[in-house]
Design a protein around this ligand. Structure first.
Ligand SMILES: [Zn+2]
Length: 162
């Protein structure tokens, strides 16, 4: 009986510890604010680390139609493939799907009297934009992303391994 209680207590401890870990999402790439400021431009820092939004139609990647990969400007995480980019007319680069399930994390955003789903880089936690459910087939999703949050790697550079 004593052993049973001990095992139960142990399992309870493990369960609580695991729950605690999930509630406090940790990213594989963690930097101090001054490190991020050194790595990013002022505008990139405002969007990625302070969740600012670039003005509509201002982003350099909004009209980009080249083939390649869109990576996180903070850490290089491969977020979106050009094949899933489409012209949503919203003023920001838009994609109907992420490059796999493990590249992006989401959380509810209640700012500005709106209920939105914020999207962030799963590696560094950088703010990317929001995802809406008014996108085209096959997903019906619209990942609305700041140009400042991403860098574009052309297909030619991807294939050459650079
Ligand atoms: Zn990142």
């Amino acid at each position: 009986m004593v052993l049973k209680n001990t095992i139960f207590t142990f399992l309870l401890f493990v369960f609580c510890f695991a729950s605690y870990g999930q509630g406090n999402l940790k990213y594989s790439i963690m930097k101090t604010e001054s490190e991020w400021k050194r790595k990013l431009t002022t505008d990139q820092y405002k969007v990625l680390r302070e969740k600012d939004t670039e003005p509509a139609y201002s982003g350099k990647l909004c009209t980009n139609k080249s083939k390649g990969m869109y990576v996180c400007a903070g850490c290089g995480n491969e977020l979106f493939m050009s094949d899933t980019k489409y012209d949503s007319g919203c003023g920001w680069p838009s994609f109907y799907d992420a490059n796999g399930n493990d590249k992006i994390v989401t959380q509810m955003d209640y700012s500005y009297d709106m209920i939105r789903t914020e999207i962030m880089c799963a590696k560094c936690g950088g703010h990317l934009g929001h995802v809406f459910d008014d996108g085209p087939a096959p997903t019906g999703q619209r990942y609305c992303v700041n140009s400042l949050s991403m860098n574009f790697i052309p297909e030619s550079a991807l294939n050459s391994g650079q």
